[in-house]
Design a protein around this ligand. Structure first.
Ligand SMILES: C[S@@+](CC[C@H](N)C(=O)[O-])C[C@H]1O[C@@H](n2cnc3c(N)ncnc32)[C@H](O)[C@@H]1O
Length: 272
């Protein structure tokens, strides 16, 4: 396990993922009934951008560094959560901040040091469980949630060559176990082929109600670069496509450098 999220925290891809995550959590909280969240690849939960790995790569400067202090209403909720939490929040900190009494967060993180840091961060919190556990195995064991409502966030490092295939298989399996659950998988866009493969795999498996939201900093021609990223949603909450069609261009306004081929897309891959 070479990947450490601390090097990339707050970069443009994190901002996109976390802005979408905040929207999804607000949507889940629209109904009174309790929900659970499984953060399958959780990281350490909070990142000091002014020191250590994040400071060394400086990736956050082209991400949250540009968005902070912005006044666009489409990003106000996400930026407000980030500001309120102090250190740059990873997905577990964002989810925790938006749980209501009675809602639950379950985190899996395989890296021993990162899992330990995350356990420390949530020690004594009755609404959060942290497992040092393989996400792919845990999804089989932890789904469906007893609450019958909730979100599964799948955010692997895409270090392994077959990671897109694993994500596709995990989404299909999670959907079978938890047909009503909202499933969200983040993916990098380096080249189009891998992304097309993921979309096609979901379609081929017959999964219904699938939408992809994507942001491109440039045309994905050089596969050695992170040219954009996407979130694939199964069972997106009501209003997701319309909200993303408004939010993603505003994100891109802040994050893009006007390179050729920059843009956003909200693609319906399968009808309800
Ligand atoms: C992209 S980072 C997660 C970032 C986090 N979701 C966030 O938004 O703040 C991916 C994490 O998955 C962990 N990881 C890698 N393989 C895993 C596996 N099989 N099961 C659980 N965690 C894994 C890595 O150690 C890393 O911390």
């Amino acid at each position: 396990m070479n990947y450490r999220h601390a090097f990339h925290a707050g970069n443009f891809a994190d901002c996109m993922k976390h802005a979408v995550l905040v929207w999804l959590l607000r949507a889940l909280a629209r109904k009174d009934k309790a929900f659970a969240v499984l953060d399958s690849h959780a990281g350490i939960g909070r990142y000091d951008l002014s020191a250590g790995p994040a400071e060394r790569t400086g990736e956050w400067r082209a991400g949250i560094g540009r968005l902070r202090g912005g006044a666009a209403p489409e990003l106000a909720d996400y930026l407000g959560v980030v500001e309120r939490l102090g250190l740059y929040p990873g997905s577990p900190a964002i989810v925790r901040a938006l749980l209501r009494p009675g809602d639950r967060l379950v985190c899996c993180e395989l890296h021993p040091e990162d899992a330990m840091a995350l356990k420390r961060a949530f020690r004594g919190d009755p609404q959060v469980a942290v497992h040092q556990r393989d996400a792919w195995e845990a999804m089989g064991a932890l789904l469906p949630f007893p609450e019958r409502r909730g979100l599964v966030l799948i955010d692997p490092p895409y270090e392994a060559v077959d990671e897109f295939d694993r994500v596709a298989a995990a989404l299909v399996a999670a959907h079978r176990r938890f047909p009503g659950g909202v499933l969200a998988a983040w993916y990098p866009i380096k080249a189009r082929a891998a992304v097309r493969g993921l979309h096609d795999a979901l379609r081929a498996a017959g999964v219904r109600d699938v939408v992809a939201a994507e942001i491109f900093l440039r045309e994905p021609l050089d596969a050695s670069r992170l040219n954009g990223c996407g979130m694939l949603l199964v069972n997106p909450p009501f209003g997701f496509e319309a909200a993303m069609a408004e939010m993603l261009p505003v994100l891109l306004d802040g994050l893009g450098d006007g390179e050729r081929g920059e843009g956003t897309a909200v693609l319906r891959l399968a009808d309800e």
